[in-house]
Design a protein around this ligand. Structure first.
Ligand SMILES: *[C@@H]1O[C@H](CO)[C@@H](O)[C@H](O)[C@H]1NC(C)=O
Ligand SMILES: *[C@@H]1O[C@H](CO)[C@@H](O)[C@H](O)[C@H]1NC(C)=O
Ligand SMILES: *[C@@H]1O[C@H](CO)[C@@H](O)[C@H](O)[C@H]1NC(C)=O
Ligand SMILES: *[C@@H]1O[C@H](CO)[C@@H](O)[C@H](O)[C@H]1NC(C)=O
Ligand SMILES: *[C@@H]1O[C@H](CO)[C@@H](O)[C@H](O)[C@H]1NC(C)=O
Length: 486
């Protein structure tokens, strides 16, 4: 065994050990121009991110994650719950194709299957209420049958409103009365199968939906008036929310059920409270808050969490709000939005995606000669915004200070870029023109982006720590212990 192998081995070993409590990220793909999976995986590795959560089981993404050692949570979308919950055969097929095959043929470190995504959201009207447990149970049986039941666990990422407090204090926490029985069955199932409870916690949404919500309480820097729960002080909403769940679990006999925070984060655009400053304050505050591993008053243990999210997604539904397309800690093209120290890189800085290919530097803007009151304008803007992305326009957003012409140009350009700068995509009758002069204003955060090249799958291979055979890991562990003892 060469010296270099040992050194790399020890570095890898540290990475493996460290990964147990490292921060995870959600990698969503509702985007018109995804970055190539290899580019994203390289970015994950360079940023020391050791855990990813996916919303489906995309073949190309799982392939790119192979042999990297990165822990993966794959997802079953809600619209597949009925099929895998209704048929054991379908569940077995799903596991064979989307889990077993990736583990055995490509060494993807799949650790969890997320069965559904927030299936009990009130907007679904209970459609998934009675199919989630059968789906969970079938997938769990299929995993066991495939011989990977101890390595891969099932869970259900739930929205935090499946529980509530009867008296605003965490100690009053319990499951929502209208879904109490199904929730209890799911919790019992998770407990019996040694699986974690996964919850998504969003102080931003509280602030967005309740204008009386105390802003400071959403953050972690201690400026909020604490909530006094019978002598236990809560300085931020995250702790209080997690402990409301911990109390709900304890009250029902599951005080030791592990909790994963499946999504946590803050968007950077699309609302007056969604901006770079707040997002940085929240995410950095969260990282510092969990870095000591002290947990919450009810759960004083390290917190296992996945940031939402890695990259902006320009095709997410904006029904919940325009902020939906701006959750990334990176922009759509893998560029850094703001300084964020995840505690995982030497420099403490985020590292952007490398080798990103852009389209030409040209934009579609409103013709100078076109009058603002041209009847084509309003129609064209609404056409462009409906098909592209105008969520950075409007009160309190990054491009909220554009004048009327700037607004119109923004809409045209968004449509043009999304359509890969096709000439035909800048033919709003008599009112638009293609320009090589960057229309981005010189002051403020407003950007007129240039789209990235559309991605076509190509073959690529990489290797990493995950490729090391287990015996080698054990030998290295022994070696390391010996060194430590000396
Ligand atoms: C595997 O997952 C993909 C992506 O979610 C899905 O489209 C496909 O139907 C799944 N395969 C099986 C056999 O269920
Ligand atoms: C839920 O119910 C509302 C009102 O009855 C309806 O408008 C909506 O489409 C329903 N949503 C789903 C997902 O079924
Ligand atoms: C939860 O699981 C633990 C360990 O498997 C078991 O001892 C306990 O009885 C379970 N709790 C309930 C309420 O079923
Ligand atoms: C720009 O567009 C936004 C959203 O479409 C609108 O709310 C705003 O009033 C517009 N501003 C001007 C100056 O036209
Ligand atoms: C474009 O402008 C020309 C000349 O001003 C005019 O004749 C024509 O009708 C306009 N086309 C549209 C679609 O508005």
């Amino acid at each position: 065994m060469g010296c270099i192998t040992v050194t790399i081995g020890i570095v890898c070993l540290f990475t493996l050990l460290w990964s147990v409590n490292g921060i995870g990220v959600n990698w969503g793909t509702q985007t018109s121009h995804p970055l190539p999976p290899d580019t994203v995986v390289r970015m994950l590795r360079e940023n020391g991110i050791q855990k990813v959560k996916l919303f489906d089981a995309d073949y190309g993404i799982l392939k790119a994650l192979g042999k990297t050692g990165i822990e993966v949570m794959v997802g079953i979308p809600n619209d597949m719950l009925a099929s895998v919950g209704g048929s054991m055969k379908a569940a077995e097929k799903w596991v064979a194709k989307n889990v077993s095959e990736h583990i055995s043929s490509n060494n993807v470190n799949i650790r969890y299957v997320a069965v559904g995504n927030e299936p009990f959201l009130e907007t679904y009207n209970g459609s998934y209420l009675h199919i989630t447990l059968p789906a969970l149970s079938n997938i769990q049986s299929a995993l066991i049958k495939a011989g990977i039941g101890s390595q891969v666990k099932v869970t259900v990422p739930l929205n935090a409103d499946v529980y509530a407090s009867s008296n605003t204090y965490p100690s009053g926490g319990d499951f929502r009365t209208d879904i109490f029985d199904p929730m209890l069955k799911i919790v019992k199932f998770l407990n019996d199968s040694n699986s974690p409870f996964t919850v998504n916690i969003y102080p931003f949404i509280s602030l967005y939906t309740d204008s009386n919500f105390p802003v400071e309480y959403a953050f972690f820097d201690g400026n909020a008036t604490p909530l006094n729960d019978g002598g236990t002080l809560y300085y931020n909403m995250f702790d209080a929310n997690l402990d409301t769940l911990a109390h709900a679990l304890q009250k029902n006999g599951f005080g030791n059920l592990p909790i994963i925070v499946g999504e946590i984060g803050w968007p950077t655009d699309g609302d007056r409270n969604a901006n770079i400053e707040y997002a940085r304050r929240f995410n950095q505050g969260f990282m510092s808050h969990i870095s000591g591993g002290k947990g919450t008053p009810m759960r004083p243990i390290p917190i296992d969490a996945y940031l939402f999210s890695l990259i902006d997604e320009d095709e997410k539904s904006i029904d919940p709000g325009n902020f939906e397309r701006h959750w990334g800690i990176f922009y759509f093209d893998g560029q850094v939005k703001y300084p964020l120290n995840l505690g995982t890189t030497n420099s403490g800085a985020l590292i952007p995606a490398k080798g990103v290919q852009y389209l030409e530097r040209k934009w579609c803007v409103m013709k100078l000669s076109a009058p603002l009151d041209d009847p084509q304008v309003a129609q064209s803007v609404s056409y462009a915004c409906g098909r592209a992305d105008c969520t950075s326009l409007g009160y309190g957003t990054s491009c909220g200070n554009l004048d009327a012409r700037g607004n119109i140009s923004y809409a045209f350009n968004s449509y043009f870029q999304k359509n890969n700068q096709l000439e035909d995509a800048c033919k709003f009758p008599n009112v638009s023109v293609i320009t090589k002069t960057d229309p981005t204003p010189t002051v403020g955060n407003c950007k007129f982006p240039i789209m990235i090249q559309p991605y076509y799958e190509s073959a690529g291979r990489r290797f990493g720590c995950g490729q090391m055979p287990l015996p080698l890991v054990s030998v290295l562990l022994l070696l390391l212990l010996t060194v430590v003892q000396l």
